[in-house]
Design a protein around this ligand. Structure first.
Ligand SMILES: Nc1ncnc2c1ncn2[C@@H]1O[C@H](COP(=O)(O)OP(=O)(O)O)[C@@H](O)[C@H]1O
Ligand SMILES: [Mg+2]
Length: 268
């Protein structure tokens, strides 16, 4: 762990008067008669992994979609770094440094690792070749992809020219997370990143999540997997019936406590 990273993490654990990097206040989102969010709050602090848990239909995805521009809330406020946001599209959130890995493995199988990392933000060659003839800077993107993977400590992806369809589930997820890490300058959001993975691959992804946090990039992790949540989260946001029921920590609550709050059998 590098010195600034350790500091970033310490800031989170030590300070009580800290300011959230990302905040939702009273978000309401209805779909016809169905209430997706019913006054949901959320706070993400610098240097932390915040897990979001909750039963099916609790509004986890809707909350995350509002925070990442995929849905527009009917009411409520979203603040990023002390500034009020009005995201209309995922692109808006991305432009503000929020990168999201959605559940359905957001990678393109036929493209190679480097191409996937730069999908949608391909870099052109310098000069008229790039500006007039739109020639892609493949060599440059590959070099930067290698450097990015190296800096994340992703050793499982040695060759960035391999098509992603030839990779394992864990390696694919690593590509998706690396992509988010490469472009997410302020917040990374991961929706069920270990859902389709085996034990070893899950552990690699969880380690990646810790690494991002330790590099100073806060992470929101949506997961059903209690052991994973308790393993990696600094704080746990429990979503229930469209709003936040509690915020707990692995130090103060057990997995059984968490499930009880999720189902309404207990309060924090
Ligand atoms: N696009 C949509 N259209 C209609 N209902 C939706 C839509 N998205 C979510 N909902 C409803 O909103 C509620 C919250 O859903 P969701 O945010 O997906 O919960 P979770 O991710 O916690 O399972 C559910 O009742 C769900 O059926
Ligand atoms: Mg969901």
């Amino acid at each position: 762990m590098t010195a600034p990273a350790a500091e970033a993490h310490e800031t989170h654990t030590a300070s009580a008067s800290r300011t959230p990097i990302l905040q939702a206040k009273g978000l309401v989102k209805t779909f016809g008669k169905v209430v997706g969010l019913d006054g949901a709050d959320l706070e993400l602090y610098p240097g932390e992994v915040l897990a979001v848990i909750g039963d099916n239909g609790a509004g986890k995805s809707t909350l995350i979609k509002c925070l990442t521009g995929a849905e527009v809330p009917d009411r409520g406020e979203i603040w990023l770094g002390g500034e009020r946001m009005a995201f209309r599209r995922p692109q808006d959130a991305r432009q503000h440094g929020i990168e999201t890995v959605y559940q359905n493995l957001a990678v393109s199988p036929a493209l190679d690792v480097a191409e996937n990392l730069y999908l949608g933000r391909e870099e052109r060659k310098k000069g008229p070749l790039g500006s007039v003839f739109r020639v892609l800077d493949r060599k440059g993107m590959r070099e930067r992809a290698r450097a990015e993977l190296r800096s994340l400590g992703i050793s499982t992806l040695q060759d960035v020219t391999v098509p992603v369809e030839n990779l394992s589930g864990g390696q694919r997820q690593a590509v998706a997370v690396a992509r988010a890490a490469a472009f997410g300058s302020r917040v990374v959001v991961l929706d069920e990143p270990t859902a389709a993975l085996g034990v070893r691959e899950s552990n690699q992804v969880l380690q990646l999540v810790r690494d991002l946090r330790d590099r100073g990039l806060p992470v929101i992790l949506i997961s059903h997997n209690m052991p994973h949540v308790f393993d990696v989260a600094d704080r746990i946001h429990v979503q229930r019936l469209g709003k936040r029921a509690a915020v707990i920590t692995p130090q103060t609550h057990s997995m059984t406590d968490a499930v009880a709050i999720m189902t309404g059998a207990a309060t924090a």
